[in-house]
Ligand binder design. Structure first.
Ligand code: S3P
Length: 171
């Protein structure tokens, strides 16, 4: 099924954006792009390295550039990084460019999925649970505000999440 618009997945770290995006692209036979990967490819560096050298602000600048770049391409499935909704510019860009789907999940699930992940600089804190809770408080209202569809992925089989997304865009 050719996409009319981008399908843009937003949501916190560990919500399954990349996994679901990849599966959706197989199911719908369309291309998939992960904004974090684009940032790494364009910079030739890993995300932890970018945070280390350029700080979060430097990473966010690269993220804004990457979002604009992928949104200017033909319709595809786009997985964004959890913090992409923090900048108004990014929010406007994704809202104008496609159907935005918020994949939400519990902090407990996030912790299980991101537990020992060294590739997420914002979680290298003494208390990742408190970090994730604080992020959820700030970010969840913003995800809800930008999203055309919200799906709670908590304990939901990936296939069902995919089906809900497909039904929504088919309507
Ligand atoms: C971030 C989420 C990460 C990545 C970066 C910052 C965030 O992406 O963009 O580490 O601010 O939540 P994922 O959501 O794909 O882990």
């Amino acid at each position: 099924m050719p996409l009319q618009k981008h399908l843009i997945l937003v949501g916190p770290m560990g919500a399954g954006k990349s996994t679901i995006g990849r599966l959706l692209s197989e199911q719908l036979s369309c291309s998939f792009v992960d904004v974090d990967k684009v940032i790494e490819e364009r910079s030739g560096a890993t995300i932890p390295w970018i945070f280390d050298i350029e700080g979060e602000e430097g990473f966010r600048d690269r993220e804004t550039q990457a979002i604009e770049e992928v949104c200017a391409e033909s319709p595809q499935i786009i997985a964004t990084g959890g913090g992409c909704i923090l900048r108004v510019q990014n929010r406007q860009c994704i809202k104008q460019s496609g159907v935005v789907i918020f994949l939400s999940t519990s902090v407990e699930q996030q912790l299980q999925r991101t537990g020992r992940d060294k590739n997420r600089p914002l979680l290298q804190t003494e208390n990742p649970q408190a970090t994730l809770e604080a992020m959820a408080e700030v970010r969840n209202p913003i995800y809800n505000e930008v999203a055309d569809l919200c799906i709670d992925t908590n304990l939901k089989p990936t296939k069902l999440v995919m089906q809900e997304i497909i039904s929504f865009i088919e309507d």
